[in-house]
Design a protein around this ligand. Sequence first.
Ligand SMILES: NC(=O)c1ccc[n+]([C@@H]2O[C@H](COP(=O)([O-])OP(=O)(O)OC[C@H]3O[C@@H](n4cnc5c(N)ncnc54)[C@H](O)[C@@H]3O)[C@@H](O)[C@H]2O)c1
Length: 268
Amino acid sequence: MPLTNVRVGLVGACGRMGTLIIRRVLATEGMEIASAFDIVNIGKDIGDVVGAGALGVPVSDSADLAAVLKESRTDVLIDFTIAKATAVNAPAAASAGVNLIIGTTGLSAEQKTAITDAVIKNNVAAVISSNYSIGVGVFFKLIRDAAGYLGDEYDVEIVEAHHNQKKDAPSGTAMTAAEIISKAMGGKDIVCGREGVCPRGKEIGVHSIRGGDIVGDHTVMFIGNSERIEIRHQAHSREIFVGGAVMAAKWVVSQKKGVVYGMEDVLS
Ligand SMILES: NC(=O)c1ccc[n+]([C@@H]2O[C@H](COP(=O)([O-])OP(=O)(O)OC[C@H]3O[C@@H](n4cnc5c(N)ncnc54)[C@H](O)[C@@H]3O)[C@@H](O)[C@H]2O)c1
């Protein structure tokens, strides 16, 4: 048993995910909230903002990230914001010697590479995952296995659906699923949406639906002549991501440094 609590910081602390993660950290033995960052509610007590009662931790401007992380002795920073914010805040946290849990989706390959470089250079540990749900970990394994069994004669289409406030498309989970299948099938192009004259080739098609309060649905279709296999994951509540992200935060602080892990490492 560790003698001291894991001290957790949140970027995007006042958002949908940030609020739920703070409440979960407060309910988790061996963890405490050390710092909170957002671009709204600056100076307010984050406990009051998330409805948990005053914690004595003010919401800080992420412009002051490195200084506040050091002053608050934050061990691990959890980031659920938007890609352009994570691209700035994650390297800044790494250079302050703070471990990272990144949940933000829509990061470009260049942004991911820059974050990975900062993790290695500053010798911290990080988990980056487009989906912290344990069920999605199993879903990824099932689609990898199916893609390995099925040959090139099966067309692959991925359909994802999310709430009408989601900013990026396709979802990070749909892109991860497409990348897993492409790799398992020996390399395939990934095409997001179709319009106009676009005869089907050997690509993996990815399609996005946005509406209402859908938490997150992902369906992978392997479509052959005369048959079709569909593998589907449906999130009923954001709590599935919250539990995984908090589990990853507790896990990452004692892992080998200079490494970017995935959720499969946490689960294994
Ligand atoms: N990996 C996963 O399992 C998973 C699960 C759910 C959501 N997400 C992703 O997490 C991200 C956040 O989702 P959400 O539903 O909580 O969004 P949200 O819009 O409710 O919250 C985002 C928060 O980030 C804040 N923010 C924006 N720019 C900032 C900056 N520069 N510095 C500090 N804070 C900033 C916003 O003010 C807001 O409070 C999205 O990218 C979403 O796709 C990932």
